[in-house]
Ligand binder design. Structure first.
Ligand SMILES: [Zn+2]
Length: 152
């Protein structure tokens, strides 16, 4: 993919998702259904970042994300920062954080898991202090990691 230019424009109201790993920008867009959104969405990837080397950024006008949506962002991009803007001013800036448990959202990677055969909501315990995202299935106890994670 060609390098995408960030459209630099101030948001009057809305959310900036900053410090997304460059290769996760499209995943975050899809998880939040921003690819089908009626809101104005600006995105950029492969931007220079002191912290990450290269980073991606997404700006959405007139949207503020619910905790469940922020969990999705945290699963796809654990280093992301959420910046909320109202009347052109930053009202909050928070690093995403994974909760202790995740319900729904993610599929269990184990093809034999009951959640892949019956209509049961998935439930995972988030393994703390792991290098990357690691979820332990409450049903089969197998680990779903960032590498094999599929979203519902
Ligand atoms: Zn399972």
């Amino acid at each position: 993919m060609a390098k995408t230019e960030l459209i630099v424009s101030a948001l009057e109201n809305g959310t900036v998702i900053d410090h997304i790993a460059s290769n996760e920008v499209f995943r975050v867009l899809q998880l939040l259904n921003l690819d089908k959104s009626q809101d104005t969405v600006y995105m950029g990837s492969n931007l220079d970042s002191k912290k990450l080397g290269k980073k991606g950024i997404i700006k959405v006008s007139n949207r503020f994300f619910a905790p469940e949506e922020i969990n999705k962002i945290a699963l796809a991009s654990p280093n992301a920062t959420i910046i909320e803007i109202r009347n052109f001013e930053v009202v909050s800036k928070t690093k995403v954080a994974l909760p202790e448990e995740i319900k729904g959202i993610v599929k269990c990677m184990n093809p034999n898991c009951i959640t892949n055969h019956e209509v049961i909501e998935t439930a995972f315990t988030v393994v703390p202090h792991s290098e990357s995202v690691k979820l332990k299935c409450r049903f089969c106890e197998k680990f779903t990691t960032k590498e094999n994670m599929a979203f519902k």
